[in-house]
Ligand binder design. Structure first.
Ligand SMILES: NC(=O)c1ccc[n+]([C@@H]2O[C@H](COP(=O)([O-])OP(=O)(O)OC[C@H]3O[C@@H](n4cnc5c(N)ncnc54)[C@H](O)[C@@H]3O)[C@@H](O)[C@H]2O)c1
Length: 358
């Protein structure tokens, strides 16, 4: 298939694009390039002379000839939503709907939306299936829930949106993120010797490796339309719905000489949910998600060591999305709605900031 991936220059995109190409698809990318230069181990494939492109401005003409659009582009986490709720709505809701409408107008038949299990929010103690009510507790979760509802209105005989509600991702990517729990705890353990929990460790988190997310997207791309048309799927493994303290324990076991600590005054976290993945398994019996959290921690520990990750890296804008956005805002390179103020790919205009050590 000819596939356009929006947000291809981010954490998941850096793994998904080569994965889809290896599966035989012809893949192009579209990205506003917020994280160019935020590289682990040399970064993803060079950007070349590609121009940054904002999905909020994409037109149908640009999408002609594609069989599918995979929409990863987003302000991808809760703290970014706290920074400016309106910006998260602008990108995640209006941007997604713009690119979906453009895709539909261009005759693109499939639209795979990177949704999130965080739309279940404070879901209670039962494992939630796709029919469960949504109780998002952040602007990020709200935009994912609303985008799904609006995308469903575009579904018709010629346009099939699918909502892949990913669990919290982990795994080594050349566009690393350290602001997600498994990656974060492994990095802290390596650089400080402590597996430090900021919450009391009781919340439940469903987890999934980024290569397994890519595998699920490839499966949806290649499946018959009646299986995926206007359908939501939780993406993850039931074995990997774990409590944060279990993750911490795994990290402690993998990172030599590390000890477990809980921050003073740590309380429970509102984002607490168990997820049921049986629909994914039953709909796609041939789909096998291969990674375990423990194997992922080992992978990341090795990648961090190879990169020479230090505590300074850990606190820099390079790997923490919120810090990077604050850096771009501070330098006037994006406006409050994260619209770029320059056509130059980063880090060009950021070179000075980088010299100052982020
Ligand atoms: N990483 C996770 O744990 C996780 C879990 C569930 C769902 N998701 C979803 O998966 C998708 C990818 O997540 P990620 O972790 O790779 O995020 P990321 O922040 O690493 O990457 C997002 C990419 O989108 C691009 N982007 C942002 N605004 C854009 C715009 N207006 N136009 C074009 N490109 C834009 C960024 O430049 C970046 O390259 C997101 O939609 C996210 O919500 C991620």
């Amino acid at each position: 298939m000819r596939v356009l991936v929006t947000g291809d220059r981010g954490y998941i995109g850096a793994v998904m694009v080569p994965f889809l190409r290896d599966a035989g698809h012809v893949v192009d990318g579209l990205d506003t390039g917020l994280y160019e230069g935020c590289d682990l181990l040399g970064g993803p494939e060079p950007i070349g002379d590609r121009k940054p492109r904002d999905m909020r401005d994409v037109t149908a003409k640009e999408l002609e000839g594609y069989d599918a659009v995979v929409c990863l582009a987003a302000l991808s986490n809760d703290p970014l939503g706290n920074l400016d709720k309106e910006a998260t709505y602008s990108v995640n809701l209006r941007g997604t709907l713009n690119v979906a409408q453009a895709a539909k107008d261009a005759g693109v038949e499939r639209f795979l939306f990177a949704s999130s299990c965080s739309l279940y929010g404070a879901a209670g103690s039962e494992a939630v299936g796709e029919d469960a009510e949504m109780f998002p507790v952040t602007a990020y979760g709200e935009t994912k829930a609303l985008a799904e509802q609006e995308l469903a209105k575009l579904a018709d005989d010629n346009f099939s949106p699918t909502y892949l509600r990913n669990a919290t991702a982990y795994g080594a990517s050349k566009r690393l993120r350290l602001d997600i729990v498994v990656n974060n705890l492994t990095a802290i353990a390596l650089t400080t010797g402590q597996v430090r929990l900021e919450s009391d460790g009781t919340p439940w988190r469903p987890l999934v490796h980024i290569e397994d997310i890519s595998r699920a997207f490839a499966e949806v791309l290649e499946s018959p339309r009646d299986l995926i048309h206007d359908e939501a799927f939780n993406v993850g493994r039931s074995e990997d719905v774990v409590q944060v303290r279990d993750i911490a324990e795994m990290v402690r076991e993998v990172v030599p000489n590390s000890t477990l600590s809980i921050a003073d005054g740590a309380g429970p976290d509102l984002r607490n949910y168990k997820v049921d993945f049986s629909k994914l398994n039953n709909t796609f019996p041939g789909l096998k998600l291969e990674w375990t959290v423990r194997k992922g921690v080992e992978e990341m520990y090795a990648a961090y060591q190879q990169h020479g990750l230090t505590y300074d890296d850990f606190t820099s804008a390079q790997f923490v999305r919120l810090r990077r956005i604050e850096q771009l805002l501070g330098a006037g390179l994006v406006d409050s709605q994260l619209v770029r103020q320059t056509e130059d790919q980063f880090p060009g205009p950021l070179a000075d900031i980088y010299k100052k050590g982020n």
